[in-house]
Design a protein around this ligand. Sequence first.
Ligand code: PRT
Ligand code: ZN
Length: 283
Amino acid sequence: MIRLAIQKSGRLSEKSKRLLLECGIKINSGNKILKSKAENFPIEVYYLRDDDIPQYVAEKAADIGIVGKNLVAEKQMKVKIEKYLGFGKCKISLAVKRELDYSSIQWFQNKRVATSYPNILSSYFAKNNINADIEVISGSVEIAPGIGLADGICDIVSTGSTLLTNGLKEVETIMKSEATLIANEDLDEKQKNILTDLCFRIDAVIKAEQYKYILLNAPNDVIEQICEILPGMRSPTVLPLAEKNWSSVHTVIREDKFWEVIGQLKKIGAQGILVTDIEKLIL
Ligand code: PRT
Ligand code: ZN
């Protein structure tokens, strides 16, 4: 049995639960449930505050956890990052009042900066030889400059709209973050095997999200060109159509290349292009 800590409620909780579900792991969750054993996988899920997850995993109160890289960096606990999970993406950034004339990190020399991330911020300032006062506050950091508590802030930025609403602008990005799967450094052999199995399933889910399945029809004389544009996993499947001199091409395509490739395919004569989601992809 492996014990997995995930956020009880917050920005990472739904996506963490969905990831488990997509990995074929059935768990109970609900407002009052604090832990739950899966029916069909040797895993027990603990629902916790995200701030506590690195410590739980480091001290082996849980074996693995899903938490933002920002918290792994801030809490400075001995845990291993096993995998980046591709959701909960954000940045830890420095921001100042919008009207300020900011030219470089030197601006922060001898200033007061409010943050909930004192460790990340102090090592960033140390690296850049900045001497500043760090005011640690646990929430609503963005209002600190407006009420005279600080000259600038260091906080999570995602779309940037919270900064905008509070009359601030982002001036430095300290780190990029996303949800990570972390693990205790001393798992036993059985737990390591369960973790390997879990990682295998997570990879299949993440890969599937990055790719689309594509089917199209094209005249035989352009099939070679199409195969060059669509290399597929090994190579595309080409099947003859009932109509003479026409074939159907089936393959997978990276989602980020999608629009670029579709344009090229149309131009050389592909028709009836059908694109669908992939549920799992094992390379
Ligand atoms: O209750 P608990 O302690 O478990 O949760 P929490 O309130 O401390 O954390 P939560 O749920 O807000 O965030 C959990 C994790 O999600 C963070 O540690 C990050 O790894 C990740 N994440 C991703 C974010 C954001 N995006 C985000 N936008 N965490 C917080 N925010 C907040 C940010 O603090 C700021 O107030 O959203 C605001 C900025 O958003 P934009 O879109 O306006 O820029
Ligand atoms: Zn938290």
